[in-house]
Design a protein. Structure first.
Length: 100
């Protein structure tokens, strides 16, 4: 009976040791996953920051181009008015010359 008890105790010790090893392995895997998670989180934060910078640059470029377009539109309108005025003046000069 004593031998049976010793055998049972050894089996229990073996089982406890296996469980402890499994737990240690689990903890190790958990730590590795946590490290990987932190690395991915850092990469995502960097990507987000870069995207925000890119969006700001695009917004500035869009504003700059919009301002340039507005300026060029005004310039074209001014040139068209000048051309129209020149055409009318030219027509008036021709009419005056024809009347003489």
């Amino acid at each position: 009976e004593e031998e049976l008890m010793k055998k049972k105790l050894r089996e229990m010790d073996d089982m406890v040791e296996r469980r402890q090893n499994e737990l240690e392995n689990f903890i190790k895997v958990e730590e590795e996953l946590e490290t990987e998670l932190q690395e991915v989180k850092k990469m995502l934060e960097q990507t987000l920051q870069q995207r925000q910078v890119d969006e700001q640059k695009w917004a500035q470029a869009k504003a700059d181009l919009s301002g340039q377009l507005s300026s060029k539109t005004q310039e074209i309108q001014s040139l068209m008015r000048d051309l129209d005025y020149s055409r009318k003046s030219h027509e008036e000069m021709i009419c005056e010359m024809e009347q003489r």
